[in-house]
Ligand binder design. Structure first.
Ligand code: AMP
Length: 121
């Protein structure tokens, strides 16, 4: 797959507000937050979409959730609650083709996400 902006963040080629890193994953604050807390947890391995997760990627993809919960605990919003979202392709609203868990917290969050008449270019 072609390199995305997230590979550049992993390689420190562009700046990001990195809040966590280990051998498999990195987490950084979203540049355009949609909640008081909004960060992304991504694998270091570039996997384009959920559809591209291979059998050998199962551990790393599970690890993203482990990291989300670990940060939620450390930041103190785990008990209050939060949401994790992974968008896939056009109808899912994916814009960066390197899988990432959105972690949103800090206020009650709305549901459902479907909006009548929503147009995607
Ligand atoms: P998605 O639309 O699910 O693919 O989400 C991509 C997310 O990446 C969006 O929430 C963007 O605000 C976020 N984003 C894009 N570029 C950057 C960046 N350089 N640093 C942090 N977050 C970014």
């Amino acid at each position: 797959m072609s390199e995305t902006i997230f590979t550049k963040i992993i390689n420190r080629e562009i700046p990001a507000d990195i809040i966590y890193e280990d051998d498999l994953a990195i987490a950084f604050n979203d540049i355009n937050p949609q909640a008081p807390v909004h960060f992304l947890v991504i694998p270091k391995k570039p996997i384009a979409t959920i559809n591209d997760i291979a059998e050998e990627d199962r551990e790393v993809v599970g690890h993203l959730h482990f990291v989300a919960a670990k940060i939620a605990n450390e930041k103190g919003f785990a008990e209050e609650g939060f949401r994790v979202v992974m968008n896939c392709n056009k109808f899912g609203g994916q814009t960066v083709y390197h899988i990432h868990l959105h972690v949103l917290a800090g206020k009650p969050l709305g549901w459902p996400p479907y909006q009548e008449g929503l147009k995607i270019e």
